[in-house]
Ligand binder design. Structure first.
Ligand code: ADP
Ligand code: MG
Length: 714
């Protein structure tokens, strides 16, 4: 059987179901087999009717003695059947399913799963799941561990179970287990694992299946990151920087503070990398406010002192503008010119004019230092002094930087902020386009505020060297965080009113909506803004910030908020990173349950920057104790890493970066908290790459890495 056969051509699926399955991301026969249950209902214990406990989920096997329809008082059709298993009888009742009497006949053997109730000394089961059993066969929907799948409109778990069950033998017949024999050890074969994940006989079996399938997932990641790391080390030659102690002193003595111990350590690691004739590929991980930007600015300064230009890429325009203004403050006094490029020409044209047509870079007055104006020695300037002269020494921008020739201009260092949002692809483009410094690559420095547990970092960032800034600058006050249930909402508004009246400013973040749905979230934010302005805070000045605003408008809103001309800023989660307003002391997050804990922690990192006491209020309409308990973790902990680990345990790795798509890797089965499996796959990948550096010995994996399956990035 062709495993890639489109589902529409599969017997029993057809075009209309194929359309629905597309919503679940399922296109081919193999996709359907890799659509895994997210839980199992335990209907495995078949209970004798005489021993059936009341009000608990049970499965009963018996014979139908009688089945008939009747009408209830309210015009519904009632179908009643008597099921007997020799030990006793139970009455089964269904509503409005008159057709059942055509499917279930007297004399049939049935499995029924549901809760048993006792009414007037009679045992009944209302709307049980049922399944006809033929002679000693095992049921699919009852009498076993029953898989429950992610569903979509018109496709329920029962349907999926049936289809997967009939498809499995065909697929398993043509599936080759790609894992080399020597690494299989005691693990399930791929076929057995796939069979078992759908139709297990016990929870022990489920775990064994998960181990095998998780192994496969992690192995692919390990192979991919390790291979990329090896390729990088081999191919990416760079210009090693000459680093003078005096340059470092110049920079650090210009700062109004001393670097933290963490910043110093990370800086030392970066400096060591930069001196090598091999491109640095390092990730700085540090909480919001830990001072990553300053460290990056030092690297940028060192690049400048080596007559090279730098680029800083941020995921959003707002962030790019923030970085632009911080870098200006840090670097212009040291004789560097700083430019902004966001790719939205409206924004750039004001104040530009200096730069050639193809490069609309916003540039402030150039400093006087002649070396700063032309970091490129005249002898190597091929495209003409004039253009080279007009590039700023460091250009800050969004991904729009990628599409420009900026990349070709003597770039020695590329800094990427919040890199997981860019995805691996863009970074690859960046690397390729940069190979112009006599075919030398620039050094790469990426930064992330997402707290990543070490095991996770070593896996998903296995191709990068990771540095951690593990502390915040001294003197930061902890942020008081409160979960606010709906009935306390008005109290919270009263509290905000008092604070604003006292001169404080407030961020209010509207619920997280899928990143792709900018329009929807913009609308929601606007509605919230209008409601608050009209009904709750008519006396205050409210502002609105969302992804659909034009860059100019965004800049205006932020500038007004910074200047204290907006009291309360309603915003989508775009403020998550970047904006720095010390006078803002309250962070309100609506629909807090939709965010990951690490993300919430990042959001509240926006406040607590000045000397005043700061508060984070987590609003949720949900009353589920699990949801509340989860949010309460934020009341008790200010350790981002710990929070992300809790998240990892409760919500799985897919949620670590907020929305799944934003993550670098999509894991279906494996848990990034499964350290032994991570270690195991790491060493297997290492061995495989040692035995066959280009993976020629393992064509299946070579193909996977080449991106044929669509599972792997790059
Ligand atoms: P990050 O990018 O990690 O979120 P930033 O680099 O933007 O953090 O720094 C946050 C704030 O802390 C900035 O206002 C910065 O000037 C300040 N800062 C950075 N390092 C220190 C330090 N060592 N001591 C005091 N303040 C610092
Ligand atoms: Mg930052």
């Amino acid at each position: 059987m062709d495993l890639q056969i489109p589902l529409s051509r599969l017997k029993g699926v057809g075009p209309s179901f194929a359309k629905r399955l597309e919503k679940l991301g399922l296109m081919t026969a193999l996709d359907l087999i890799y659509h895994f249950p997210f839980r199992y209902d335990d209907y495995s214990k078949i209970i004798r009717i005489s021993e059936a406990p009341i009000d608990q989920e049970v499965t009963i096997k018996g014979q139908v003695w009688n089945i008939q329809n009747s009408s209830s008082r309210y015009g519904k059709t009632l179908t009643r059947a008597i099921l007997n298993d020799g030990s006793g009888s139970v009455e089964l009742v269904w509503f409005n399913q008159a057709w059942l009497i055509k499917n279930i006949l007297s004399g049939d053997t049935l499995h029924v799963s549901g809760k048993v109730d006792r009414r007037q000394n009679k045992l009944t089961m209302v709307s049980p799941t049922w399944e006809k059993i033929i002679e000693n066969s095992i049921g699919l929907h009852t009498g076993r561990l029953v898989p429950v799948y992610p569903e979509t409109f018109g496709v329920n778990s029962k349907w999926l179970r049936d289809k997967i069950n009939s498809l499995l033998p065909l697929v398993l017949g043509s599936l080759v287990d790609p894992l080399p024999l020597e690494y299989k050890e005691a693990m399930f074969s791929l076929g057995k694992a796939l069979q078992t994940i759908h139709f297990p006989r016990s929870f022990t079996e489920i775990n064994l299946a998960k181990t095998r399938l998780g192994f496969d997932e992690l192995l692919e990641i390990q192979l991919s990151t390790q291979k990329r790391r090896a390729d990088w080390k081999q191919k990416q030659s760079a210009k090693g920087f000459k680093i003078n102690e005096s340059d470092l002193t110049t920079f650090t003595s210009s700062l109004p503070f001393e670097l933290t111990h963490g910043q110093k350590t990370v800086l030392a690691e970066i400096i060591e990398d930069l001196q090598k004739p091999q491109a640095m590929n390092r990730l700085i991980q540090g909480e919001v406010g830990s001072g990553k930007t300053v460290v990056a600015a030092i690297a940028i300064y060192l690049s400048f002192r080596n007559h090279l230009r730098s680029l800083l890429m941020a995921p959003t325009e707002i962030l790019a503008m923030q970085h632009y203004s911080s870098l200006k403050k840090l670097l212009e006094p040291l004789g560097m010119s700083v430019g902004l490029y966001t790719g939205s020409s409206k924004f750039n044209k004001q104040k530009s004019g200096v730069i050639s047509q193809e490069l609309l870079v916003k540039q402030e007055d150039s400093p006087n230092d002649s070396e700063a104006r032309d970091p490129q020695p005249a002898s190597t300037a091929k495209r003409g002094e004039l253009i080279a002269n007009s590039y700023p020494n460091v250009i800050v921008g969004t991904h729009a930087l990628l599409s420009e020739k900026l990349l070709k201009e003597n770039v020695g260092l590329v800094v990427i902020d919040e890199q997981q949002r860019f995805g691996v692809k863009q970074r690859t483009i960046l690397r390729q386009q940069n190979n112009n410094l006599k075919n030398l690559a620039p050094h790469f420095l990426t930064m992330t505020a997402t707290p990543i547990p070490r095991t996770v970092a070593l896996t998903i960032y296995g191709d990068l060297d990771v540095s951690v800034i593990g502390e915040l600058p001294k003197g930061r006050k902890p942020i008081k965080t409160h979960y606010v249930p709906s009935h306390k909402r008005l109290d919270a508004y009263a509290f905000m009113t008092k604070k604003i009246a006292g001169g404080d400013q407030v961020y209010l973040v509207t619920p997280l909506i899928e990143e792709s749905e900018t329009l929807v979230s913009a609308k929601a934010a606007k509605a919230e803004f209008e409601k608050l302005q009209a009904q709750i805070f008519p006396q205050f000045r409210l502002g609105l910030l969302h992804g659909k605003l034009r860059p100019k408008e965004k800049e205006e809103v932020i500038t007004r908020f910074k200047a204290g001309k907006i009291d309360l800023l309603v915003s989508t989660s775009v403020v998550e990173v970047g904006v720095d307003v010390p006078n803002a002391t309250i962070m309100v997050i609506e629909g807090a349950e939709r965010f990951g804990l690490a993300q919430l922690h990042q959001l509240r990192g926006r406040i607590g920057r000045g000397g005043k006491e700061s508060f984070c209020l987590l609003f949720t309409e949900q009353e589920d104790p699990f949801v509340i308990q989860r949010l309460k973790n934020l009341e008790n902990s200010s350790d981002g890493l710990k929070l992300s680990e809790i998240d990892l345990k409760i919500r799985g790795s897919g949620q670590l970066f907020g929305t799944k798509q934003a993550g670098r890797w999509d894991l279906k089965i494996a848990s990034l908290s499964d350290v032994p499996l991570i270690e195991k796959t790491k060493s297997v990948a290492k061995e495989m790459l040692k035995a066959s550096p280009e993976l020629d010995k393992y064509p299946y994996y070579k193909g996977k890495l080449a991106g044929q399956s669509g599972v792997m990035p790059d």
